[in-house]
Design a protein around this ligand. Structure first.
Ligand SMILES: CCCCCCC/C=C/C(=O)SCCNC(=O)CCNC(=O)[C@H](O)C(C)(C)COP(=O)(O)OP(=O)(O)OC[C@H]1O[C@@H](n2cnc3c(N)ncnc32)[C@H](O)[C@@H]1OP(=O)(O)O
Length: 719
């Protein structure tokens, strides 16, 4: 797992071999220990180079080992042995040096990186801290503020930034190992004392206490309940205030708490879940590894409203040539300006040239005749979308994939309007489409595996977390959101306030509670849907019967606010009040509280005290329960698909792993018991009726999440 060769007569070359990312498994660590020992004891060897095979230095500790009893040589003594070696050791960094991989490189006396390499300490995103000395070495090397930035965010830096920060000594555009060997020869025999980072004092930081207090406050705020970023700050503070050995002891203590925490488990689950969703399967048996995507060189977007503009930017940024179609001239001109500005901003951020020439604008749908794939993004109206699909079927060359950007409409119904339904899939983007990570790729019963493979591959190219899901009302994300929002409305009827509900959800870790989110996205969106469903009635009726619609409990609160013209932020009034339309700072609104009081009186409802626990249980367990229905229906292939959707698109706190993982952590029996409890209290609420899958799982002893498949009839999970 680590190969040893002597090169240029007197350089010992150690190559880490553990595809795909040369993670530091027990075998690799043993290999490093053995080969370093061999190089140091060989009198012909004057210096040593450590590199990784296949163009990657090292992706860090082997995350898969974390869940098991760890065996093999520990990392820290291995790194210390390298640092205290009496021959220079040079790290040749290609590809990535991350986590334990960078810590290994920091133990070396010199670091040479390829210009395309990326370096970082991303442990925080796995619920950990750089506990192989990284939290103590990096601040000593690059100073406390820069080290804190890297360690608390986990961001990867380019080789150029690493050089500027002082993490690497040289950057090369050529063969990195050759450059490192040459460098190793040039430094053989030099004193190594100044190169041992652990012996450096940490660069002085003025006003240390005030500095760390401020940093801690900021980190706490952005962590939203995650514990690892806080432990990272504490570890760096130890580096700034304690001698190295004591700092290492503090690092060890902090890591011991994190390592076994539920948050670390959740974050590591997310890491693997995000990769697992790429290995999609359909109920028909079609799967990622047997379905070949079609090549897409040229794409088109129809409709340049907010969604269409974002989708155009996302496509153009992948390097595709894009035809952007908008039939209204004024809209087209406005869209062109907006898209160009977005492309310019994005390019500036990434330090590349904007792909302005990649987009061709047209008012004429005929312009899409020769594209390989079209994404229709017109207004969410089935009649309009049907018309566009019929036009596209007539205009496009044979074999063009027709994708609809919809958040809820029936993809299969649209497909049935075309002569080739197998070429139709849904692509549910989230606004703003060039920023948001999530993409639901929606297949209907007639979508071909090739169409799904193509949309999934395109999503990946756009940098999206793409999840293949079946076609049903609301797909996965919005279908689960419905009971969550309904429970929040019911809680208001029973005595809660928007502030109370939002506070409970934000303390749980959501960036925004349900009411602040609803104000942001616009109350009229849901109102339009409810009207379409025939649920909205004039608000004059009172009593319980007025709140039973279509045989189930219904809260007209959202409709009543819309009737008052309160659409949220855009009108300056919603569940909260705002200084002016479009303003973002939500303030409690006395009008709303008296409105709720009057509403309860009109309907004979007596307000009672509602606590955070009830808010969380009713909103979250209702959402989770729908997730179990979705699994049972085969709409999502496995719990990881649902979790990736919620973490990347709906603000579910990543350190809680996603709703299905959370249910697993809480305990399925507890979730079932609480749903049964609330269902008894609210028998007219069907979404509180526990799903049969949840019952089956509990009856079979609540297996861990990766074993749920055995209880799911139609499972095609990959975890
Ligand atoms: C008490 C114990 C003390 C221990 C001391 C702990 C100190 C050190 C801790 C760590 O090092 S934690 C790990 C830190 N490293 C990372 O977080 C890096 C994670 N990996 C990545 O970011 C990316 O994989 C990559 C390296 C940038 C490569 O990206 P790419 O897109 O090329 O490939 P992927 O699809 O992401 O990965 C391919 C394949 O490899 C698996 N994998 C990646 N990294 C690891 C790893 N560190 N350990 C185990 N496996 C890893 C990944 O899961 C993919 O496999 P599949 O899941 O698709 O089978």
């Amino acid at each position: 797992m680590a190969e040893y060769n002597r090169v240029s007569e007197c350089v010992g070359l150690i190559t880490l071999r553990n595809p795909p990312v040369n993670a530091l498994s027990a075998a690799v660590r043993q290999g490093i220990v053995d080969t370093v020992q061999r190089a140091l004891s060989d009198p012909n060897v004057k210096s040593v180079v450590i590199c990784g095979q296949n163009g990657i230095f090292c992706g860090g500790a082997d995350i898969k080992e974390f869940g098991s009893n760890m065996t093999g040589p520990p990392l820290i003594p291995m790194i210390h042995a390298i640092e205290s070696a009496n021959k220079p050791v040079v790290a040749a960094i290609e590809g990535s040096a991350l986590g334990g991989g960078l810590e290994l490189a920091l133990g070396c006396h010199y670091r040479i990186a390829h210009s395309k390499a990326r370096l970082g300490l991303p442990e925080v995103s796995l619920g950990l801290l750089p506990a192989a000395g990284g939290s103590q070495l990096l601040p000593r090397l690059i100073g406390v503020p820069a080290a804190l930035n890297l360690i608390t965010t986990g961001r990867h830096v380019t080789a150029a930034e690493a050089l500027q920060l002082g993490i690497v000594d040289q950057v090369t555009d050529h063969n990195t190992v050759d450059a490192a060997v040459k460098f190793a020869l040039s430094v053989a025999g030099r004193s190594l004392d100044p190169r041992r980072i652990s012996t450096h004092p940490c660069p002085q930081q003025p006003d240390l206490d005030a500095f760390f207090e401020e940093v801690m406050q900021k980190v706490r705020q952005s962590a939203r309940g995650a514990i690892a970023p806080i432990a990272c700050v504490q570890a760096v503070r130890a580096a700034a205030t304690l001698p190295y050995a004591q700092g290492m002891e503090r690092e060890r203590e902090l890591m011991a708490t994190l390592f076994t925490s539920g948050q670390a488990r959740a974050l590591q689950y997310c890491f693997f879940a995000e990769r697992a969703v790429g290995r999609w399967r359909m109920p028909s048996g079609a799967r990622w590894d047997t379905s070949k995507p079609r090549p897409v060189h040229k794409a088109a977007v129809i409709g340049l409203g907010t969604m269409g503009r974002g989708i155009t930017v996302a496509l153009a940024q992948t390097g595709l040539s894009v035809i952007a179609v908008e039939t209204q001239e004024k809209q087209l001109m406005e869209a062109k300006q907006a898209i160009s500005a977005m492309l310019e901003r994005g390019a500036k951020r990434r330090g590349v040239a904007p792909a302005l020439d990649g987009v061709i604008y047209s008012q004429n749908i005929q312009a899409v005749a020769d594209v390989d794939l079209v994404i229709e993004a017109v207004f969410e109206d089935i009649a309009l979308k049907t018309k566009v699909f019929q036009q596209l079927s007539a205009v496009c060359k044979p074999g063009t994939l027709l994708c609809t950007n919809t958040s809820a409409l029936d993809v299969d119904q649209l497909a049935s309007e075309t002569p080739n339904p197998e070429l139709v899939v849904g692509m549910h983007f989230f606004a703003p489409a060039h920023v948001m990570k999530l993409l639901e790729v929606v297949y209907g019963p007639r979508s071909s595996p090739q169409a799904v493979a193509t949309a999934m591959q395109l999503g990946k190219k756009m940098g999206k977390a793409s999840v293949a899901v079946g076609n049903c009302r609301g797909f996965v994300g919005n279908r689960m959101l419905k009971p969550y929002i309904e429970e929040a409305f019911f809680l208001l009827e029973e005595g809660a306030t928007p502030e109370l509900v939002d506070q409970a959800l934000e303390e749980f870790g959501f960036p925004m509670g349900v009411f602040r989110m609803s104000d942001l996205s616009g109350l009229d969106v849901g109102w339009r849907v409810r009207k379409g469903d025939g649920l909205v009635e004039p608000g004059t009726a009172s009593g319980r019967s007025a709140r039973i619609r279509q045989g189930r409990r219904y809260s007209p609160l959202g409709d009543l606010l819309c009737e008052e013209g309160r659409f949220g932020q855009k009108t300056g009034r919603g569940w909260y009040q705002y200084d002016k339309p479009g303003s973002r700072v939500a303030r409690s609104d006395p009008w709303l509280h008296s409105f709720l009081g009057a509403y309860r009186a009109q309907h004979g409802l007596v307000a009672r005290r509602i606590d955070h626990q009830e808010v969380l249980e009713r909103c979250l367990y209702a959402l989770i329960n729908e997730g179990f229905h979705i699994l049972d229906d085969g709409i999502a292939a496995g719990p990881e698909d649902i979790d990736v959707i919620y973490v990347s698109g709906y603000g579910w706190p990543r350190h809680r792993g996603g709703p299905m993982f959370y249910a697993n952590m809480v305990g399925l029996a507890k979730v079932l018991e609480r749903l049964e409890h609330y269902q008894q209290l609210h028998p007219e609420v069907p979404h509180l009726q526990p799903s049969s899958l949840l019952r089956r799982l509990v009856a079979s002893g609540s297996p861990p999440i990766h074993k749920w498949g055995e209880a799911i009839k139609k499972l095609h999970s990959q975890l």
